[in-house]
Design a protein around this ligand. Sequence first.
Ligand SMILES: *Cc1c(COP(=O)(O)O)cnc(C)c1O
Length: 410
Amino acid sequence: MLLANIAGMYAVWHGPKGLRAIASRIHRLAALLAGALGVTGRDFFDSFELKVMRSGIPGDGAGETAKIIQAAVAAGYNLRRVDDETLGISVDETTTREDVAALLKLFGHTGAPVEALDAARPCAIPVTLQRREPILTHPVFNTHHTEHGMLRYLKRLQNRDLALDHAMIPLGSCTAEAQRRRRDDPGVVARIFARCIPSPRSTQAQGYVVELITGLENQLKAITGFDAVCMQPNSGAQGEYAGLVSIRRFQEANGQGERNICLIPKSAHGTNPATAQMCGLEVVAVACDDSGNVDVADLKTKAAQHAANLSCLMITYPSTHGVFEESVRDICAIVHAHGGQVYMDGANLNAQVGLCRPADIGADVSHINLHKTFAIPHGGGGPGMGPIGLKSHLVPFAPGHFLPSPQPSP
Ligand SMILES: *Cc1c(COP(=O)(O)O)cnc(C)c1O
């Protein structure tokens, strides 16, 4: 949502003229770069590929490609290695003509200066692909182009929002979402975070890999008592999905692929049943008493009734009502006794920190909404973060995409 807001506000601020100017400039830089490097015959906007073959003999480019990439990194640029003989280059609105000149130099280009190239190169977007009809015609994209105008517009929108600065947020489940606004700043504002590209070279992301990711993993293991933490899910809902898939894979590997019942107390957050259904599980609701606690007798009955097919229970602790249910250990034990696994919804985990740990209580896997109850920036600085903690028996079945292995920091 926040990424969408930022994209929307970008269009409000720049308007159709501004966006066209930005896009045209990006294309201009890409076109004259491609032209000077002898790239022909391809339509492109901001990215193109380039054959690197010094001798003209196929396969001869490998060494050359590696050399150019290395020289580029030393000069502060990342080029994409497509294959032994092909490099990819992308420019964007932060690229300057100095960057273009530096890139041309890397490729040994000693020809005309950027200005001369600019005058000589035609637009590389074919006429048939050029948009003719007007864009962003709504007044909102044609009004707020001064700093105070934009400020007033944003303030007007803010005043319409029912938020913590006016009243209780009417979303009851997420008991401790009031984290400081300032916590969003590093993600949204700080260039040092916002400018990291996806899948960076491992040598350029040591701070992320060693300090942020591995360091945080270790802290979360200590807080939760789990054997491993998977940092991949980008929200609580994604964590639920990754967790339930891990459970299902574990059960399949143990010849229990038929287990397809997921018990969920009626008080659960809506994502719980939605996730269970996405994982092909059948949801069986467990009753709650008047104060919102799980009805243990009903749980016992349903667990016994579905014992042959019980896959798991999803339980939020402390509960959506903000209560530390005293029967939580018994609840986990009942599910285990009937062959099921326990998924703990950890949206409220911060209330447990230092008092108790999900793994000790009986959870097999649990997500942590770091963007809600801890201080990971929301949306704009990247999406949320919903890592899952797992007990060792589930670890081999967790998502399998890992970062490049950390190298010791100097
Ligand atoms: C917010 C929340 C979720 C879902 O997390 P998202 O990060 O919004 O996907 C799940 N369970 C509970 C109890 C929550 O409060």
